[in-house]
Design a protein around this ligand. Structure first.
Ligand SMILES: CC(C)(COP(=O)(O)OP(=O)(O)OC[C@H]1O[C@@H](n2cnc3c(N)ncnc32)[C@H](O)[C@@H]1OP(=O)(O)O)[C@@H](O)C(=O)NCCC(=O)NCCS
Length: 343
């Protein structure tokens, strides 16, 4: 007689188990990380034909995200005992970003993913996020369907680009005689009393890119946990731009790479050469941290920024599609010099 093999996700009587969505607690963090790694490992294996050794190449998403936004982190738990899914969400001022979302492979297609997305939606609504966004796999009908069900519309592609750096390939900014030079400074080197004012100046820039967008939480968590640093682009006393950089360890940077989570140049100062110079500054920061690559994500609606990166020798490693819902859905100006990917 054949032994009964329990199908994961069904109890021995073949009934659907009770799955509840609740907020992440401190004791869940390791498990949530495992669920993300395992689920994305399975997904990528199906896509690529081979299983990557690490689904995210060593990038971490859970611990610092939870510290930054504990109310936005959710798990799906089976029978109060087993974590079978997770969703992380964050509000950056008026912008709510969803992801990663994962449901263990054997538990998929039982509406758990939708329960997690719904919890994140409620969190966005409670926090009055007026624009909600997610990035996902453009070739997956399931993903497009799932987010469409919640009102997200597919927009344009985000390109995750990268470039190898070594001392020989570092670009040095060209000095222009008689002009006040652009300089870069690390946020972590500011006196504590100056950091607040710097955050307010960064908010002015992000607000000019998208009304209400505020990256203060990200800058502070990167600073507080030493996940990397935020590079400030200055001319004299003026702040022209900022770049939140993650470096390998326990951040969202994969091993061996500096990853720019968000970069913006003040729209009032949006000259492409400022972006080129700032990218050179980011590469120099990467060299200081001893990484071999710089990863710069760019949304293709920011067409000037996208084109500049390609001109600067950045290659596209992969693409995702951005999906959005809510007010200001078409806020992007193609001439804004912004790098971000919403992962
Ligand atoms: C994406 C993911 C979180 C969804 O979780 P899930 O629990 O399987 O999702 P649900 O069961 O709640 O919903 C799936 C929906 O897609 C539908 N669906 C499944 N396959 C589909 C397909 N090929 N085409 C269209 N719709 C499809 C299902 O019918 C269901 O909709 P319905 O309830 O209206 O019938 C899960 O598949 C996952 O973890 N994938 C791997 C990691 C990943 O890609 N994460 C998201 C990154 S953005």
């Amino acid at each position: 007689m054949r032994a009964t093999v329990d199908r994961a996700g069904l109890d021995p009587q073949g009934r659907l188990p009770k799955v509840q969505v609740r907020r992440v607690r401190k004791g869940d963090l390791g498990k949530v990380r495992d669920v993300l790694e395992q689920t994305f490992g399975d997904f990528l294996e199906r896509q690529l034909g081979t299983r990557p050794r690490q689904a995210f190449g060593g990038a971490q998403y859970v611990h610092h995200r939870w510290l930054m936004e504990p109310w936005g982190c959710f798990v799906a738990e089976e029978d109060g005992a087993k974590i079978v899914g997770a969703a992380l969400a964050v509000t950056l001022g008026s912008v709510g970003l969803l992801g990663p979302v994962a449901v263990l492979t054997n538990y998929q297609n039982q509406t758990i993913g939708q329960q997690l997305v719904r919890a994140a939606q409620e969190f966005f609504d409670e926090n009055r996020a007026t624009l909600h966004g997610v990035v996902t796999y453009p070739t997956s009908p399931k993903h497009l369907y799932l987010y469409h069900k919640f009102g997200y519309k597919p927009k344009s592609l985000t390109a995750i680009t990268s470039r190898a750096i070594d001392r020989g390939t570092l670009r040095s900014p060209a000095a222009k005689p008689g002009k006040l030079q652009l300089t870069t400074r690390r946020f972590s080197t500011l006196e504590e009393t100056k950091k607040k004012a710097a955050l307010a100046r960064m908010h002015r820039i992000s607000n000019a890119v998208c009304r209400g967008l505020d990256l203060a939480k990200e800058v502070e968590i990167v600073d507080g946990l030493a996940l990397g640093d935020t590079l400030l682009l200055e001319r004299g006393r003026d702040l022209l731009g900022f770049a939140i950089c993650h470096t390998p360890g326990v951040s969202e940077a994969p091993a061996g790479a500096l990853y720019v989570k968000f970069l913006a140049i003040d729209p009032a100062q949006r000259r492409p050469e400022h972006l080129v110079e700032f990218v050179a500054g980011v590469e120099a920061l990467g060299a200081e941290f001893g990484v071999q690559r710089v990863i710069l994500p760019v949304y293709s609606r920011y067409w000037v920024a996208y084109s500049m990166l390609i001109q600067c020798g950045y290659q596209i490693d992969f693409t995702m599609v951005r999906m959005q819902r809510g007010k200001q859905e078409d806020y992007e100006d193609p001439t804004h010099l912004v790098l971000d990917d919403w992962r």
